[in-house]
Write a new protein. Structure first.
Length: 429
């Protein structure tokens, strides 16, 4: 039976993958787990392995073409087997040519513009002074979002990538934008075409598309497939703050950075997960799987959404080692060179909104994990200590867990242990 090779989902914000390079050709024999094709997403470069032994057939997307998540890229066929006739091989989005303009206006109240224009991108200001293949874009903050393949093609074709309108996720410039611009440069450009006013929309309305659309879908999937419940507690973080201050000053010269609250929190949560393995679990079919390793993820904001890279085997790391691993991940986020391993395999996520002045919130679980810890700001306020009122550094924690895997009492004990380690952080030593 023909085995489909599909574009995998790598991270909660992935919408499509762009084929970078095929390592095999039509009709080549392959073995299970052999790397057969390289592709890129809006965040990372990755590979697809053969799902079975056989022969490659029905390649549907070539280098520079994109395929939606779970779209069929090709098939692995048994010797002499033909491609299945009942379903199409794939419907990749062509990266080699722009779609033809309409031959007649669509039957709508407002006439369409005379040239095809891409969807509006809410994070970019666009000035159209030429056809859609050569739009001028002023990126926010001067940052140009472009895939590695698009940058390579732009260099080969002599295309100024700063003048392109990105059609990829979140307005990212992808290979087809470069191809379209290069093709347009081979013919005489028509006179500038003014852009007609867009049809009136609701005040302040912007389209939900790209990464924002993917995040919306993933969050709804999380909420609709899990029985999520949030527990909230307030913690005295006075000693936690004192320890962080001491450690930051001690290690800054040697490490080149200061130990952060997130570093300490990751170490504390890792310790609690080792002691409460039921909170480091996931649901596989009808089975609860307690993960052997603690892979701690940290939600990180990026210009067009968020990513959750994770540190593998955190249970084997001391604080300084864990802090260095997080700095490496954050560097990969800002440098745009996260890989598949950075985003996959997480078992628990921490999301910290304290720096934005948030006290408490209800975080949404990052599937297939069974829980997530929300961290609020640390603020000085009156508290009762040994029967006396004193000013203490207080912090609110919000633990959202999947009630299918854990009940309230075990989850509460897990949160209680995290609170104890924050209030008495020297127990970590």
């Amino acid at each position: 039976m023909a085995t489909p090779i599909k574009m995998p989902l790598l991270g909660m914000t992935m919408e499509e993958g762009i084929i970078s390079k095929w390592l095999v050709e039509e009709g080549d024999p392959v073995t299970k787990d052999q790397v057969i094709v390289e592709f890129e997403t809006d965040k990372i470069n990755a590979e697809i392995e053969a799902p079975a032994d056989g022969v490659i057939g029905g390649i549907a997307a070539r280098a520079g073409e994109s395929v939606k998540v779970q779209g069929i890229v090709a098939y692995v066929l048994a010797e002499g087997e033909e491609l299945p006739a009942a379903e199409p091989v794939a419907e990749p989005v062509s990266e080699t040519a722009a779609p033809p303009p309409p031959v007649a206006p669509a039957p709508q109240p407002v006439a369409p513009p005379p040239v095809a224009t891409p969807p509006a991108q809410p994070v970019q200001a666009v000035t159209q002074t030429a056809p859609a293949t050569a739009q001028v874009v002023q990126p926010v903050g001067g940052r140009i979002k472009a895939s590695p393949l698009a940058r390579r093609l732009a260099a080969e074709f002599g295309v100024d990538i700063a003048l392109l309108q990105g059609s990829g996720p979140g307005g990212r410039i992808v290979a087809k934008d470069v191809h379209a611009s290069a093709d347009g440069a081979r013919v005489a450009a028509p006179a500038p075409v003014p852009v007609p006013a867009a049809a009136p929309a609701a005040a302040g309305a912007v389209p939900i598309a790209g990464m924002r659309k993917v995040i919306a879908d993933r969050m709804m999937q999380s909420l609709s497939t899990m029985a999520q419940l949030t527990l909230v507690t307030e913690v005295d973080a006075t000693r936690f703050v004192e320890l962080r201050t001491d450690l930051a000053s001690q290690h800054e010269d040697a490490l080149g950075f200061r130990i952060s609250f997130n570093d300490l929190l990751a170490r504390i949560v890792t310790r609690a997960l080792v002691e409460h393995p039921h909170m480091n679990a996931s649901l596989s079919g009808d089975e609860i799987v307690n993960n052997e390793h603690v892979n701690i993820g940290l939600a990180v904001e990026v210009p067009d959404g968020l990513v959750v890279p994770n540190v593998k085997n955190a249970q084997n790391m001391q604080l300084v080692e864990l802090a260095a691993a997080f700095r490496k991940l954050i560097g990969s986020v800002t440098g745009g060179n996260l890989d598949l391993n950075d985003l996959s395999g997480g078992t628990f996520t921490i999301t910290n909104l304290g720096a934005l002045g948030i006290d408490a919130f209800t975080p949404v679980i990052n599937p297939p994990e069974c829980a997530i810890l929300g961290v609020g700001r640390i603020i000085a306020k009156p508290a009762v200590v040994d029967g006396e009122i004193a000013i203490r550094q207080m912090m609110t924690l919000s633990l959202t867990f999947d009630h299918r895997l854990n009940d309230g009492a075990p989850a509460a004990r897990f949160l209680q242990r995290i609170s104890q380690l924050i209030e008495q952080p020297y127990l970590l030593i």
